[in-house]
Write a protein that binds this ligand. Structure first.
Ligand code: C5P
Length: 250
């Protein structure tokens, strides 16, 4: 009998790391941002449910504020989450980068694909999550959901004092710019290597993979994957949830 090469029957397994250790100072005083309520449910619970909604996701690692892992664990225990998904809570660090690295260290070996998703983007639709995972399954080492910009963007020389006029240095061509969102998806080994070798302060994980010289690709993001940063974003998030409830009612 001749040898026939068969495709591997082992499906790549996907885990999500959710950094949720930020204080969220731009939202105003109060609880850490991820624990604030949106329509009565903590933002983090919305974010965890958004990830667990994907049939590909079998583990979610939540990175909690350094002194708040117990509180976050009880919070997740108190809310209904899908049974096919496992949840782990680990304490985070001083920066987002450090929090993600601590989340990666908690991943069991059998996961080949890792998504990193901000707790501050609680309303990302499952189709966006699946599109990111599918692009990694098809061979991309790093995938970022992103949207074209509505505003023109200027590069400036930042002023020493807020409110001072800032000289414009350049106007990048808007059609070539994208505003990036999460979840960002990665081949696990590449993301781990990025976190081991890149020490510059980078605001997203794909940026770290770019520093390695690896190819990062963009897939379409979604307007409901916006980041809850300022008080007005809370109003928008509650409006999106109200519209979903209305649509689900029909
Ligand atoms: O501050 P920013 O909105 O960029 O934070 C993005 C995400 O990173 C949030 O979900 C926040 O909780 C998380 N973060 C973290 N650890 C930090 C700082 C931010 O997990 N030290």
């Amino acid at each position: 009998m001749s040898e026939v090469s068969r495709p591997s029957i082992t499906e790549p397994r996907t885990a999500v790391v959710i950094p949720a250790a930020g204080r969220g100072v731009r939202l105003g005083p109060g609880a850490p941002k991820a624990l604030r309520a949106l329509s009565g449910t903590p933002m983090l619970v919305h974010a965890v449910r958004a990830m667990a909604a994907s049939r590909f996701v079998s583990l979610v690692v939540v990175v909690a504020p350094p002194d708040g892992a117990g509180e976050v664990k009880s919070l997740l225990d108190a809310h209904a989450l899908p049974e096919r998904t496992d949840f782990v809570v680990v304490p985070g660090g001083q920066t987002r980068q450090e929090s993600v690295r601590l989340g990666l260290e908690a991943l069991p070996p059998e996961y080949d694909i890792v998504l990193v998703h901000d707790a501050a983007r609680p309303l990302v639709p499952v189709d966006t999550v699946d599109a990111v995972i599918e692009a990694v399954r098809e061979g991309a080492v790093a995938v970022v959901p992103a949207l074209p910009l509505a505003d023109t963007v200027k590069e400036v020389e930042p002023a020493a004092e807020a409110g001072e006029p800032e000289p414009v240095l350049a106007t990048p061509e808007r059609a070539r710019l994208r505003a990036v969102q999460t979840p960002q998806g990665f081949e696990r080994a590449t993301l781990v290597r990025a976190h081991e070798t890149v020490t510059d302060d980078v605001t997203d994980d794909a940026g770290m993979v770019e520093r390695l010289g690896e190819r990062v690709v963009v897939v379409p993001g979604h307007e409901e994957a916006f980041k809850v940063t300022r008080p007005l974003d809370l109003v928008l998030a509650e409006a999106v949830l109200a519209r979903r409830r209305l649509n689900d009612g029909f």
